[in-house]
Write a protein that binds this ligand. Structure first.
Ligand SMILES: *[C@@H]1O[C@H](CO)[C@@H](O)[C@H](O)[C@H]1NC(C)=O
Ligand SMILES: *[C@@H]1O[C@H](CO)[C@@H](O)[C@H](O)[C@H]1NC(C)=O
Ligand SMILES: *[C@@H]1O[C@H](CO)[C@@H](O)[C@H](O)[C@H]1NC(C)=O
Ligand SMILES: *[C@@H]1O[C@H](CO)[C@@H](O)[C@H](O)[C@H]1NC(C)=O
Length: 571
C-alpha cells in the first residue's frame, strides 16, 4: 500500500528548480496479457481477479495441457494463471456470497469442434465456486474452481442469465435462455431461482420476464436497501419482493430506450447515502429500435441511443418517473463503474449496432456493432441535470472494448479492462478487414493520483457487523477537513455483457479524531442496505481516494443468513 508519508519524503528529495510537471490526468496503461479473453471478470481478493471465457481455443493452457477458459489475474504481477473448469462458462454471470465464496452461474454448451482440446462439458446449469482464497499467492484451499455436477447445479438450463446477491447473502438468479440463440431471446427461461436453493429448488415463474421478451437477456437487477429487487429488462421495470413473491410494475423506460441484451445499454444503482439510503437507478445507452424489428433488418451501423434515464425508487420518485438526460454520443454496450468518490465512469462499447456475434442483416465482420468509443465519460450524480457528464481530462484508448469485454474497479482504486471478442472463438482479424480481433491485452485506467500522494488506510478490521462503530487508521494529507472526507463500502461487482451486477457503493457516517489519524466509522445499518458479504472500504479526500481495505460485512456465515443490524426508519 502506498503510504502518504513515504511518498512525501521521496518528493522532498527531488531537486528544487525542476520544471513543474503538468497536472497529472487519467491515463490508460497496458498491463500484459490475460491468456484467455476476459469476457467476464470479478475481483475475488485484494490482489486477484477471476476471468472467464468461452471454452474454445484460448492460448492459456491448464497443467494437463488442455485449453483453459478460466484465469486468475494477479493485480500485482500482471500475470494470468489458468483455472481448471469442468463446464463452459460462456456468457455466465456471478457474484460473491455472504461467506466470501464466488459463484459463476449458468453458461453454454461447448461447440463440438472445441471439446477435444478443452474437455469442456455443458455449462448451462453450471455453478462454479471459487474461494474465499485467503493466500495472497492464490495457492492452496479455496484458490481453485470447485464444480460438482451431481450435487451442484441450477434447476434450469440458463444462458445469458443475471444474478444479484440479496439481503440474506444468497444469489437471486434471473431469466436467461435455455440454449443457443443467434440474437433475440426466443427460448426464454422466464423464471427466478436461487443459490443456495429456496422453495425446494422449484423456480418461480415471472410475468415480467415474459412481458419483456425478446430483448430481455442479462436483465439489469439491483438489490434495493429494503431487501426488494429492482429489475430492468428491455424497456420494462418491476420491483420484485423476494419474500412476498410479488412483482410490482414500474414505469417503462421512456422514448423507446431498451437496455438489456441484445440491445445492450447498461444500468447502475447510484451510491447510497445515510441517513435514508434512498435508491436511484440510472440507465444509459442501448437502442431505441423497436424490439419487433426482424434481425435481418438491423445494421451494425444503426446509431445507439445517447439517452440516460434516472429514477428515484421512493413513492414520490416513482410518481415523478424517469428523468431524461443525454450523453454526448450514443453508446452500445457501455458499462458503468462506481468510483469511491461517488462519480460513475461510463466506459467501453461503441457508437452503433447491437450486441452478439454475426447475427443481423448488416454486420461489421463478425461484429453486430461498430465504431468503438475509446474515451470514457464521467457522470457526477450530484451535479445539476444537464451538467453531469464530461470527458474532460479523460484519455482515449485505441483498443476496442466491444462485445465480450469487461471492466472493473480494483482494490488499488484504478479500473481494469479486459476482453473484446465479437467472434465465435479466438480470432485475429487482419488489418484493413472489417471486424474486431479477439483481445488479450489487459489495461488499467489510472486516476490522476495513481502514482502520487494519496490517502491511505493504515489499519482496518477484516470483519465488521452491521450498524457497528469501528475504528480505521488513516494517513490523510495534513490539514484534511472532515467535511472533505468520504468513507464508502463497495461491492466491486461482476462484469459480464455490459452490466456490472451486484456493484454497490454505500457511504458511511464517521467521526475523525482530532489528530486526523483515526476515523470512527459506522458500518451500514443492516444486511439489506448492503447484502452481507465481502466489501472494500475506501476513504476519499477531495477527489482522491485510497486503496480499498477488504472488510467482511456481517458474520461471514454461509447463506441464507438472518436479518442483522437495525431497521431503517419508515421500512
Ligand atoms: C474457430 O472458428 C472458426 C470459424 O467459425 C472455425 O472454422 C474453427 O474451427 C474454430 N476453431 C476452433 C479451434 O474452435
Ligand atoms: C430461435 O431462433 C433460431 C433462429 O431463428 C432458431 O434456429 C431456433 O430454433 C429458435 N428457437 C426456438 C425455441 O424457437
Ligand atoms: C416499451 O416497449 C413495448 C414493446 O415494444 C412498447 O409497446 C411500449 O410502448 C414501450 N414503452 C414505452 C414507454 O415506450
Ligand atoms: C459458502 O456457501 C455456499 C452455499 O452454502 C457453499 O456451497 C460454499 O461451500 C460455502 N463456502 C465455504 C468456503 O464454506
Amino acid at each position: 500500500m502506498l503510504r502518504l508519508g513515504a511518498l512525501l519524503s521521496v518528493a522532498s528529495l527531488l531537486s528544487p528548480g525542476t520544471a513543474a510537471p503538468s497536472a497529472p490526468s487519467w491515463k490508460f496503461v497496458e498491463k500484459g496479457n490475460s491468456g484467455i479473453v476476459g469476457l467476464e471478470a470479478i475481483v475475488v481478493s485484494p490482489t486477484h481477479v477471476v476471468m472467464f471465457d468461452r471454452a474454445t481455443n484460448d492460448p492459456l493452457r491448464t497443467p494437463d495441457g488442455k485449453v483453459a477458459w478460466g484465469a486468475l489475474w494477479n493485480l500485482e504481477t500482471n500475470k494470468a494463471t489458468p483455472l481448471k473448469l469442468l463446464t463452459d462458462s460462456f456468457c455466465a454471470s456471478g457474484a460473491l456470497l455472504s461467506n466470501g465464496t464466488m459463484v459463476s452461474v449458468g453458461g453454454n454448451i461447448p461447440a463440438s469442434q472445441d471439446v477435444p482440446q478443452t474437455g469442456a462439458r455443458d455449462g448451462r446449469m453450471g455453478l462454479r465456486l471459487f474461494g474465499p482464497c485467503l493466500d495472497p499467492n492464490a495457492e492452496g484451499p479455496g484458490c481453485t474452481i470447485f464444480e460438482d455436477l451431481d450435487n451442484l447445479q441450477l434447476a434450469e438450463t440458463r444462458w445469458y442469465t443475471s444474478t444479484a446477491r440479496i439481503f440474506d447473502g444468497s444469489l437471486l438468479i434471473v431469466g436467461g435462455i435455455h440454449e443457443s440463440t443467434p440474437f433475440y431471446n426466443n427460448d426464454s427461461v422466464s423464471s427466478f431461482e436461487f443459490f443456495p436453493k429456496k422453495d425446494g429448488g422449484v423456480p418461480r415463474p415471472s410475468a415480467f420476464l415474459e412481458r419483456s421478451l425478446p430483448v430481455n437477456l442479462f436483465p439489469r437487477v439491483f438489490a434495493l436497501p429494503d431487501g426488494k429487487v429492482f429489475m430492468l429488462a428491455n424497456n420494462q421495470t418491476i420491483i420484485y419482493d423476494v419474500e412476498a413473491k410479488t412483482e410490482t410494475i414500474l414505469p417503462d423506460l421512456p422514448n423507446g430506450q431498451r437496455v438489456s441484451n441484445p440491445f445492450d445499454g447498461t444500468a447502475a444503482m447510484l451510491p447510497l447515502s445515510p441517513p435514508l439510503f434512498e435508491p436511484e437507478v440510472l440507465a444509459c445507452g442501448g437502442s431505441t429500435k423497436s424490439d419487433l424489428t426482424p434481425q435481418e433488418e438491423l445494421s451494425a451501423q444503426d446509431p445507439a441511443t445517447s439517452q440516460c434515464a434516472r429514477i428515484t425508487l421512493t413513492p414520490a420518485g416513482i410518481k415523478k418517473g424517469w428523468v431524461v438526460e443525454h450523453m454526448p454520443q450514443g453508446r452500445m454496450m457501455p458499462e458503468m463503474i462506481l468510483l469511491p468518490n461517488g462519480q460513475i465512469m461510463i466506459i467501453n462499447g461503441g457508437a452503433t449496432g447491437y450486441a452478439a456475434v454475426a447475427s443481423i442483416g448488416v454486420t461489421f465482420g463478425n461484429s453486430n456493432a461498430a465504431n468503438p468509443i475509446g474515451t470514457p465519460l464521467l457522470y457526477t450524480p450530484s451535479a445539476p441535470l444537464g451538467a453531469r457528464m464530461s470527458s474532460q481530462g479523460l484519455p482515449t484508448t485505441d483498443i476496442p472494448r466491444m462485445y465480450h469485454s469487461t471492466v472493473t474497479l480494483t482494490p488499488q482504486g484504478n479500473l481494469l479492462l479486459a476482453g473484446n471478442n465479437p467472434n465465435g472463438n479466438v480470432t485475429i482479424v487482419p488489418p484493413g478487414q472489417p471486424g474486431f480481433s479477439s483481445e488479450l491485452r489487459v489495461q488499467t485506467l489510472d486516476p490522476p493520483f495513481m502514482n502520487s500522494a494519496r490517502p491511505a488506510i493504515t489499519n482496518a478490521p477484516s470483519k465488521v457487523a452491521f450498524n457497528q462503530r469501528f475504528t480505521v487508521g488513516v494517513d490523510l494529507p495534513a490539514g484534511t477537513a472532515p467535511s472533505s472526507v468520504k468513507v464508502g463500502f463497495m461491492d466491486l461487482g461482476f462484469s459480464s455483457h455490459a452490466f456490472h451486477s451486484s456493484q454497490r457503493l454505500v457511504f458511511a457516517d464517521f467521526v475523525m479524531s482530532p489528530n486526523g489519524r483515526t476515523l470512527t466509522v459506522t458500518s451500514p445499518p443492516n444486511n439489506r442496505v448492503f447484502p452481507p458479504g465481502p466489501s472494500f472500504l475506501f476513504v476519499t479526500t477531495g477527489q482522491t481516494w485510497s486503496e480499498g481495505a477488504q472488510i467482511m460485512l456481517g458474520s461471514g456465515a454461509n447463506p441464507p443468513v438472518p436479518d442483522q443490524g437495525i431497521r431503517l426508519p419508515g421500512l
